[in-house]
Design a protein around this ligand. Structure first.
Ligand code: GDP
Ligand code: MN
Length: 381
């Protein structure tokens, strides 16, 4: 679950981390009030679950409360990454001496948390990693001992800080680590952590993702947010309601399969033959005709989809059921893109017979099916 910047900052503050003074506004009037309370020039920031707001006009500066209200009005009309902006954060505008990056995330390969820091914050860490990887400092946290104060200080020194700044910056890393442990955080990031001209360190931005599998341990926190845990689009919501695992990607081939492993393998096969998947859709175990039909219907609603690959391994799932589901989807007019089917296993022959009778072609192997669907998309393009 991703938190909004202002929600993440509430947590930061609760753990004693300094953030710029300010508050949330949902209307221009509220923005004016918040800015007046700050009593100094402010920054008006779109609250959406997307990064790089600065680049698309979602972060603006105002010298007066009236100007803050005007910016808020404009930003509240925006959509960033397709997400409507429902609130802005009004905060004191800081005089920047230096923009710093500080974060903690999971390094799956090392099976450890990793602390990441850089004296060259501001831009995204991915861009920084491309441009000047030598400016990124990393330290893996020993799970038995946790992040130690001396390690946090070493990070600050490696990032180029000296004197009193070392302990101040180390404090941010140690607090991030406390928050990670206490809130089951997968990723947290302060970018930028701003060092002001008058020597203050403040978390000017905040990102915090909580492990979805641990949400049950944070009921109080979720209640206090007064909103649904996840921002889902209509297709994600429908799939979640059906108990299907659904992930949207940038390509144009929807892969509808049963079992996460088979779905991953199917995505790999598509990619091997030069295609790009638009959709990972795992129907789950024991998919019946209705479920297959529903899955196809959901996948088709994503406008990037140019072809569908249904790849089913019959076990508890029966191929005749799958075939009937495909027929039903076809009958309902849900299928607006070419369909490639491969299914093997339980009642394979019955299923193939149903498809053959309806004039729907199918293939025997995943490789053939993946190649076929990739070719169909290429021909269509
Ligand atoms: P993001 O683009 O979505 O990551 O939004 P950020 O909160 O990181 O803001 C983008 C950029 O705006 C930062 O990198 C800063 O350069 C600038 N910015 C944000 N807050 C302040 C502030 O309080 N004072 C000043 N001067 N610049 C700020
Ligand atoms: Mn940022």
């Amino acid at each position: 679950m991703k938190l909004f910047e202002h929600e993440a900052k509430d947590i930061f503050r609760a753990f004693g981390m300094p953030t710029p003074p300010g508050g949330v506004a949902r209307t221009p009037e509220e923005a004016k009030k918040q800015a007046a309370e700050v009593g100094k020039p402010v920054v008006v920031k779109a609250q959406v679950l997307a990064g790089k707001r600065g680049k698309v006009g979602g972060v603006k500066f105002a010298d007066t409360p009236e100007e803050a209200a005007r910016h808020a009005e404009e930003i509240l009309k925006m959509k960033i990454n397709d997400l409507p902006v429902e609130a802005v954060l009004i905060e004191e505008k800081l005089d920047i001496q230096q923009e710093i990056y500080a974060g903690i995330t999971v390094d799956r390969n090392e099976r450890k948390y990793v602390v990441i820091g850089s004296g060259a914050g501001g831009m995204s860490i991915e861009e920084l990693a491309e441009e000047s990887p030598e400016k990124i400092i990393k330290h893996h946290i020993d799970p038995d001992f946790g992040l130690q104060p001396f390690e946090a200080r070493d990070m600050a020194i490696a990032m180029g800080f000296s004197g009193k700044s070392i302990n101040k910056l180390a404090g941010f890393f140690l607090k991030l680590w406390q928050i990670v442990k206490a809130r089951d955080v997968e990723l947290t990031e302060i970018n930028p952590l701003i060092l002001t001209k008058d020597g203050r360190f403040l978390a000017a931005d905040a990102r915090l993702n909580i492990d979805d599998n641990a949400l049950y341990r944070h009921k109080k926190l979720i209640e206090s947010l007064k909103r649904e845990p996840m921002e889902l689009n209509e297709r994600e919501r429908a799939a979640t309601q059906e108990g299907m695992a659904y992930v949207e990607l940038d390509g144009n081939i929807a892969c509808i399969c049963n079992g996460a492993g088979l779905t991953m393998a199917t995505l790999d096969a598509v990619s091997l033959y030069g295609g790009k998947a638009s959709t990972f859709l795992d129907l789950g175990g024991g998919a019946n005709a209705e479920r297959v039909e529903k899955g196809i219907e959901i996948a088709m609603k994503y406008d990037k989809v140019k072809a569908i690959l249904v790849n089913i391994m019959g076990g508890i799932t029966r191929c005749d059921e799958v075939a009937n589901g495909i027929l039903a989807a076809k009958k309902d007019g849900d299928i607006r893109a070419p369909l490639v089917i491969r299914m093997v296993g339980t009642n394979e022959e019955e299923g193939q017979e149903i498809l053959a009778k309806a004039g729907i072609p199918f293939l025997k192997t995943m490789e053939e099916a993946a190649q076929k669907v990739v070719n169909l998309v290429k021909e269509g393009a």
